[in-house]
Write a protein that binds this ligand. Structure first.
Ligand code: ADP
Ligand code: MG
Length: 386
């Protein structure tokens, strides 16, 4: 963390020629369970991880917004009064989209001062760990502070989502930003995506001698263009045909009737969402009653549902999950939007290196690229750094 802080500070100074006024950071996230349920008004259980995006920022005397990142060569600038989704492109649509979205949430963009921002991160990009929510949330809390907007964290999550939906053009739900903004150490965020009420749930991993292993397949996913939007449309179609506002209103007992109404593909999409909602509730209950060692079968069942019913897995994700399971994992599943990215395995700490070696061996045997496997720890959500 201190490394990134130093880098972001010097990056800012080199780019803009003066010292930043402050540093703010926000983490990526792993979703423990509850996939593609968020935009269906359902339940999710992500946690913030110990990988963060840090923004160094200072206000300006004029109304220019200038953003730079260690990930990009160019400095992108725009007049705050000219911000609109159709004028934002590429990576800068994330930070500048947040500035625009704050305007939609009450900030007067013709009155607030402009800013310079430099961004540095150790959240892997495009791996399903939500580097997008990390950059949005870091910029959102920074601007909320310096513009003295006093928006609360759930509202800042909505700001990040609005930026991603409208400025970036990715039809994602509220989960990632909520995890990044609301996460707490050693805990998961149990979020009801319909009411937006959240509860912090103790994971109890350390006490149980367990860790969460991320298995990044290196297969890149693309939310804005990929199957994500198509799955979302299937869910909307299913809800419409079942006469409900969202799939949240469909229960497991309703599934036999749904099968008679829906075509096979739509039915399986609906079944994934409905059973996944129930698995999130069961996971929260099991964590509270029996601890993390008892949630393995729920994780495994979630993966099967995404592979067979929602059809968002890829061979690399299936191989990572199966290899972890065969080598003693408590449970494993792909995580994130799908079509690539990462899987997670809940494992005993002592099994770590054995499972890592087994996964690397299995990938080599199948001729897949070398996966990146690393442990993540449930960490504090977005915060001011200095
Ligand atoms: P994920 O959220 O799974 O990492 P996304 O495709 O949703 O993947 O978001 C990744 C995109 O977010 C990047 O392609 C880039 O445009 C933007 N982004 C994320 N982190 C940074 C960063 N530190 N600097 C600049 N852009 C970033
Ligand atoms: Mg993302």
């Amino acid at each position: 963390m201190s490394d990134i802080r130093d880098e972001v500070r010097s990056g800012f100074t080199e780019t803009f020629g003066y010292e930043p006024a402050g540093l703010w950071s926000a983490p990526g996230r792993v979703n423990l369970i509850g996939e593609h349920t968020d935009y269906n008004g359902g339940f999710v259980l992500p946690f913030a991880i110990d990988r963060r995006t840090v923004v160094a920022l200072a206000l300006r005397d004029d109304c220019l917004a200038r953003v730079a990142s260690s990930f990009a060569d160019e400095v992108v600038e725009i007049d705050l009064t000219e911000l609109s989704p159709d004028r934002l492109h590429g990576w800068a649509a994330y930070p500048l989209g947040v500035a625009w979205a704050l305007g939609e949430h009450g900030a007067d963009l013709s009155a607030v001062p402009g800013f310079d921002a430099y961004i540095e991160s150790d959240v892997p990009v495009g791996s399903g760990l939500s580097s997008s929510a990390a950059i949005e949330s870091a910029v959102a809390i920074a601007l909320n502070d310096v513009w003295r907007l006093r928006l609360d964290r759930p509202e800042l999550a909505s700001v990040g989502q609005l930026a991603e939906n409208k400025a970036v053009g990715a039809p994602t739900g509220i989960m990632d930003q909520s995890a990044s903004l609301l996460g707490q150490k050693d805990s998961a965020v149990f979020l009801d995506c319909r009411s937006l009420e959240s509860q912090i749930v103790d994971l109890g991993l350390t006490a149980a001698g367990l860790v969460v292993l991320v298995m990044d397949t290196g297969v890149s996913h693309a939310h804005a263009t990929g199957g994500y939007a198509e799955r979302r449309a299937s869910c909307e179609l299913g809800a419409r045909m079942l006469g409900v506002e969202s799939l949240r209103e469909v229960s497991i007992d309703d599934l036999p009737r749904a099968r008679t109404i829906l075509d096979d593909v739509t039915f399986r999409r609906v079944r994934h969402v409905v059973t996944e909602d129930q698995r999130v509730l069961d996971t929260v209950r099991t964590l509270r009653e029996s601890g993390p060692a008892a949630i393995g079968e729920l994780l495994d069942a979630s993966h099967r549902s995404m592979r067979d019913d929602f059809e968002i897995s890829v061979p690399e994700l299936d191989l990572a999950v199966e290899t972890a399971q065969e080598n003693g994992a408590i449970g494993a599943r792909m995580t994130g939007g799908g079509f690539g990215g990462a899987a997670i395995a809940l494992i005993r700490k002592d099994d770590l290196s054995r499972i890592q070696v087994a996964i690397e061996g299995a990938f080599a045997e199948h001729g897949f690229g070398l996966p990146d496997t690393f442990v993540v720890v449930a960490a504090q959500g977005a915060s001011r750094e200095s």
